[in-house]
Write a protein that binds this ligand. Structure first.
Ligand SMILES: [Fe+2]
Length: 199
């Protein structure tokens, strides 16, 4: 699958930040930094690919304030540039659970677009890059990295929650454990995040 190099990815995000500036730019940079740091510890994962996947996972937001529609916008834009690998990340990053209804926020899509997302998610096989960005998306605020719980609550405070929210949260923690087993230590140690440890 095709992905841009680091410089090209930065050029794409810079142009996007001029089109639609906002907190999502810092969040994207922090997602990229976390993905690269984790990928560095995992044999078989390409640091550059992890970094650019993190940097561009929300690229659909370049077109303006979007909710669910940013996923489609990102997919179509990346496909138009020939980056099918990054397009895939645009689609998969919000769906740790393969269920469209886990998305919190406005479903600002046509019926055809909703069907496209639903079918795509159901049929695509997630690889470690998809899982890595699903995880790092839940570690990255706009101004730095945080523990997963902080980010999940941050999203729930802004968009609410539904009956699939807890199963989705559990899936995120499963992904965290999956990578920690490969790495052999906590991702919080890898990322130098200091969670409060309860005895
Ligand atoms: Fe994100």
């Amino acid at each position: 699958m095709n992905t841009p190099d680091r410089k090209t990815a930065h050029d794409i995000l810079k142009q996007a930040s001029e089109m639609n500036p906002g907190n999502w730019i810092g969040h994207s940079q922090n997602t990229a930094d976390a993905a690269e740091k984790i990928a560095r510890h995992i044999k078989g994962l390409d640091r550059e690919k992890a970094y650019t996947a993190g940097l561009l996972h929300d690229i659909g937001r370049r077109e303006g304030v979007r909710n669910l529609h940013h996923i489609i916008c990102g997919y179509e834009y990346m496909m138009s540039l020939g980056y099918d690998g990054t397009a895939k990340i645009s689609m998969t990053h919000s769906f740790a659970l393969k269920n469209l209804n886990t998305y919190l926020g406005e479903y600002d899509c046509t019926d055809a677009e909703l069907n496209f997302i639903r079918t795509y998610i159901a049929n695509i096989q997630y690889d470690d890059y998809d899982l890595l960005i699903q995880l790092c998306d839940c570690l990255a605020l706009s101004d730095g990295l945080c523990i997963i719980e902080q980010r999940l609550v941050d999203v729930a405070m802004r968009y609410g929650f539904n009956e699939l929210t807890i199963p989705k949260w559990k899936k995120i923690f499963e992904i965290k454990t999956y990578f920690e087993k490969i790495i052999g230590k906590s991702i919080y140690d890898v990322l130098e995040i200091m969670p409060v440890r309860v005895k």
